[in-house]
Structures are given as C-alpha cells and as structure tokens.
Design a protein around this ligand. Structure first.
Ligand code: ATP
Length: 458
C-alpha cells in the first residue's frame, strides 16, 4: 500500500472499489522553507577567523569581538576577506585574517545577501605549524603513513584553490557535517544507517587527494568547539600492499592500533585518508591468481575489518581516493556512503584556475599588473561569458579576458594538476622573462598548452 505523507486529516478520502480507503497517514503539511527577505529567519553564514601564530588569547574572546564587529557591519555578505578594523587594537593584535565562506550558493540562487538577512557563525582557529609527522618503523624504514595536526599551515587556502562545478565541495561539506552530527546526537545506526566513509574517484590529477585534505581542514575549523584537537592520518594503500608485502599484516595492525589510540581520546577528531584504494582490489586479485603471497587477501580483509571497527567511534571520518573506478574492491565501494566522481576541469573551472595562476604571478611581481592598475584580478568567468558592457577604459581588461578564455579552451583535456603547472612551463620558455605583461604571457601559455596536449597519451 502506498502511504501518502502529505495532506491533512480533513482531506477527502477517495473510494477504492466502492470501499472507503483507510485514511492516509496524516502528517502536518510540509512547511515552505521561509524566505529570509519576508520572515525573521536568518541565513547561517560561516565566518572563519584565523589567529596570528603569536596570539595566545582565548578563542571565545576573539569570537565575541568579531561578532560585535560584524553587528556594526551594514554591508552585503559575499565570500572573501573582511578587513580587520584598524580601530580595534584587540583584533589587530591577534587576528591574521577574517573570511566569509559559503555564501556563493545563496548568491547564485537568490542574489545579494544583505547583512540583516544573515546570522554569522564565527569559527576561530590557529594554524598548526608542526608539519607532517612521519614515524619510522622499527627497522628505521619510513612508515606508510603521515600524520598532521589540523588545521595545518600546509593546507591553508587549499579548499579555496580547488575549483569544481558548483555544488561538489558544498555537497561533501554538508555530508560530512551531517555524518558527524548524526553520530554526535547518538542516532541509532540500526534505525538510520550511515558510515563515515567518502570515496572520491576519477582521473589522475583532478585534485581528489587535495580535496580530501582540504575537507578535513575545513571540518577541523568548523567543529573546533566540539573537537579541540584534530588529526589527519594519510595512508598510501599502494605502499601498504606492495612495498613491504610480507610486512603488510604488521603494518595494517600498527596503523590501526595508532588510529585507535587517537580515537579513544573523545575530544579528538580523526580523519583517515586512504589514497589509491584500488590497490586493495589489486592485492586481492593477485592473491587469487597466486602471483602474490597468499596472505595478502588476509591483509585486505584485515583492513576492511579494522575500518568496520572504526565505524563505532563517533569521531572518525574515512576519506578515500581512487584513479580507477572499475577496479575498486566491491567490498570497499559498498562501505562508502558518498561516492563522488571528480572529473577533469570544465571550461569555467579551467578559466578560474588559470585566472588564479595569473593573479599569483601578478601578486609576486613576475607579471606586470593588469593595465598598470592596482587591480590584481582579471574579470571573472561570468562577466566574460555574460553580456559584458565594458566601459572604454576596460577594453584592455576585456582583451585579457578573451585571451584567458581562449587559453582555457585550448587547455581542454588537461588535468587540474597540469593546468597549475602550465604558467611555470610557459615562463621557463620565455626569451625575456624580465619583461612580461599578462596578455603576452597568455600567448606563450597557449603555445605551451598546445605542446602539452600533443604529448598526452591517446
Ligand atoms: N579542480 C581543480 N582546481 C584547482 N586545482 C586543481 C584541481 N584539480 C587539480 N588541481 C591541482 O592539482 C594538484 C594535484 O592534485 P591531487 O594530487 O590532489 O590530484 P589527485 O586527483 O589526487 O591525483 P592522483 O590521482 O594522481 O593522485 C592539486 O594540488 C591542485 O593544485
């Protein structure tokens, strides 16, 4: 029987074969999501506040100071930096930067987000400068995992630098936030089932590993009131299964023992990043064909069992990546809740990636400024592809945009990794690298891209 979850008890009950059908299960009619323009409901906007490395003040004091500062702001909210007010010595002394995040989706659907529509949620954090901790094993060999304290200086800005089709990053962030919330609230896993495992798959160089690290960094900032400590353990599955094959069993045991110790501390949020998970399937296959020691299958099984064990800990999220979707162990794919395909960059993403490369070269003085102005930014993709009514003085900017768009078109088929290398390769082929304006530089980028594409395997 179909159960309707809409309608009210007063709704007319249709007759079925002359017999009055039983009343449909009545739930309250769904509420329309309130429009903050018309109602009192506010849009939650994350505001991230990065403390200076030297700062020793309490995060709560900074949060209150930033909240007071934002109350005085009568501007619209868009993603990007907010200036630290110079008349606020407390913030000036302690805060490195303040950024507004996640408003882009709202802006896309509804236009401008005005200050009175917003409820800012302030997250205060300080970056760890410790770097990766690689523990050598008993024989002095490098271990098969790296450990980071989050939020780490090395991953700062990574989230913003990754450009995908709209929605992908938000989807991952929301998924991870829900997964942590469900566990936190003690939702019964027999009634509602979810794992805390994400699988990103797609061609090489599309930013999967970086996206996992950036997501872990983001979550460590967003959840820092609940989890004041946060760690990322980066495991390379390939090295786990091939480098010291006979030792693999011990390595898996050692790795998970270490993770288990981290997880036992309930204020610790632990991310386990397993790269190249397709090697699990390869190890199992090799074991079956007899070309590898037969205990490899036990190692794969041990890994899966250990991952299942971790499921009972509320403070772990497992992030995995693979280049070869079809070859991922089916037992593994089944365990992942979110399987997101991360493909090569679209035209828009290529434009934005190349634009951010140019900005960086202008910022560092390698390229001259656009039209000798103070403006570092070439116009964004939307203004290039939309109806751009440029003023005459902006004609030069328009020229630059067109060139950039042309370059992005030529780069079709190149991965994000290759795109980020392109400016370097182009620069190294310049006859006179000391005199470089952005438009001429883009001509060299086009030539370099054509050469790079011709060298791609068929
Ligand atoms: N969509 C993207 N936007 C911006 N930068 C990107 C993008 N994709 C890749 N990159 C750049 O490429 C670099 C390499 O990415 P990363 O190693 O994370 O890719 P991957 O998909 O994990 O590669 P592999 O599968 O070969 O390990 C990133 O650090 C980033 O600079």
């Amino acid at each position: 029987m179909e159960i309707s979850v809409q309608g009210t008890a007063d709704a007319e009950i249709p007759e079925q074969n002359g017999v009055a059908a039983p009343p449909a299960l009545s739930l309250a009619p769904p509420e329309l999501s309130p429009d903050p323009i018309l109602s009192e409901e506010k849009v939650l906007v994350s505001v991230e506040v990065c403390l200076k490395p030297s700062s020793t003040v309490r995060a709560d004091d900074v949060r209150s100071a930033v909240e007071r500062m934002l109350e005085k702001r009568s501007l619209s909210y868009v993603d990007g930096p907010v200036e630290v007010p110079i008349d606020n010595p407390f913030l000036m002394d302690n805060v490195q930067r303040i950024s507004i995040c996640d408003t882009d989706e709202w802006a896309k659907n509804h236009g401008v987000l005005l200050f009175w529509q917003v409820k800012p949620v302030v997250h205060v954090f300080q970056l760890s400068e410790e770097g990766p901790c690689e523990e050598p094993d008993a024989d002095g060999q490098l271990s098969s995992f790296n450990e980071w304290i989050l939020p780490a200086k090395e991953f700062d800005g990574m989230w913003e630098s990754l450009i995908y089709e709209p929605g992908l990053k938000q989807r991952l962030l929301r998924y991870a936030q829900s997964a942590l919330l469900f566990t936190e609230k003690g939702v019964n896993p027999f009634l509602v089932s979810w794992n805390r495992i994400i699988l990103l798959h797609g061609p090489p160089g599309t930013g999967k590993t970086s996206l996992c690290k950036a997501l872990a960094q983001k979550l460590s900032i967003r959840f820092n009131s609940r989890y004041p400590q946060c760690q990322l353990v980066e495991v390379n599955a390939h090295s786990l299964f091939s480098k010291w094959f006979s030792e693999s069993g011990k390595l898996v045991a050692k790795l998970f023992q270490k993770i288990q110790e981290m997880v036992e501390e309930e204020n610790n949020l632990v991310f386990v990043l397993i790269d190249e998970v397709e090697s699990l399937a390869a190890a199992r296959k090799a074991a079956l064909s007899g070309s590898e020691p037969s205990d490899s299958i036990r190692v794969v099984n041990a890994l899966l069992t250990q991952m299942d064990k971790l499921k009972s800990s509320p403070n772990v999220l497992i992030l995995t990546t693979s280049n070869i979707t079809t070859a991922i162990d089916i037992a593994f794919v089944d365990r992942a809740d979110i399987k997101a395909y991360v493909g090569p960059p679209t035209l828009r993403a290529r434009y934005e990636i190349l634009s951010s490369c140019l900005q960086e070269l202008v910022r560092t003085g390698i390229l001259s400024k656009f039209q000798d102005s103070d403006e570092l930014l070439p116009p964004n993709y939307a203004s290039v592809t939309g109806n751009m009514n440029l003023l005459p003085r902006e004609a030069e900017a328009a020229e630059l945009c067109k060139k950039l768009l042309e370059t992005a078109e030529v780069c079709e088929g190149l991965s994000g990794r290759s795109l980020r290398k392109l400016p370097f390769l182009a620069h190294s082929s310049l006859a006179d690298p000391t005199r470089c304006d952005p438009c001429k530089f883009l001509d060299t980028m086009i030539q370099t891209a054509v050469r790079e594409r011709s060298e791609l395997p068929d």
